[in-house]
Design a protein around this ligand. Structure first.
Ligand SMILES: [Mg+2]
Length: 244
């Protein structure tokens, strides 16, 4: 049995965020774009090198996300225009735009299997001692594909997606529902995620001892670090699980 390092009670569950905590979203998105680049012969048709295409797509995508968050465009426009705008800027003739490439991307991306270093090892360790849950903001089917294709699903007892649940992290109800499912008190589990607001603030607000995975060594805001329920900043999943 593992003892909870912070509450000193028996540790029963460990909850993980998925994207950029276990499954390397950024790396997998690049892999998916690389795949599209090759499949649709974008070099031949535009002269853009792979890296240039990815950089341009990322810039266009980011700009559309900002507009989406400000209510200027719909999700559907975001989904399609980030590709059509990229192609237009690359000088690809519209007749050569791959049809439904946005669906193709969303189909390919979750099947990519780049994991955060130590992710499998970390789940393997906890699997021997506690139950493992995934708490993720995202589409139910997409997130299930990621778990299955990367082979992480065999360690996981429970996955809760924002789409299936109806609300997303950081709402307290989202975390409360996971505790209800597990049938435990917040002091009998841990949570780890990379996002300062949705994961760390959200987890601690629900009374859960929460760690932050510092994706690409991004710093954790000091006000969160000062919180009594903050477990610590994790730079290596391998070292983290070895500390239990
Ligand atoms: Mg994340």
């Amino acid at each position: 049995m593992l003892i909870h390092p912070l509450s000193k009670k028996p540790l029963k569950w460990v909850f993980f965020d998925l994207d950029n905590t276990l499954w390397d979203f950024d790396a997998n998105a690049r892999e998916a774009l690389n795949e599209l680049y090759v499949r649709h012969q974008l070099e031949l048709h535009t002269g853009y090198r792979q890296e240039q295409f990815i950089q341009l797509y990322q810039d266009v995508n980011l700009a559309y996300w900002k507009r989406y968050e400000q209510g200027e465009v719909t999700k559907d426009v975001l989904r399609t225009a980030r590709f059509t705008d990229t192609f237009a800027q690359m000088g690809l003739p519209p007749a050569l735009y791959p049809p439904n490439v946005w669906d193709e991307y969303l189909d390919i991306c979750p099947r990519m299997t780049v994991l955060i270093p130590g992710a499998r090892e970390c789940l393997g360790f906890f699997y021997e001692h506690v139950k493992i849950g995934i708490l993720t903001n995202g589409f139910e089917e997409t997130q299930r594909i990621k778990l299955a294709e990367s082979g992480l699903d065999s360690y996981v007892t429970y996955m809760q997606s924002s789409e299936a649940f109806g609300t997303a992290k950081p709402t307290k109800a989202f975390f409360d529902a996971a505790l209800d499912f597990a049938g435990i008190d917040a002091s009998e589990c841990l949570y780890i995620g990379d996002n300062a607001q949705t994961d760390v603030e959200g987890g601690m607000n629900a009374g859960i001892y929460t760690y932050r995975y510092a994706y690409h060594d991004t710093p954790t805001p000091s006000d969160l670090q000062a919180h009594t329920l903050f477990g610590g900043e994790v730079r290596s999943l391998t070292q983290w699980c070895q500390s239990f």
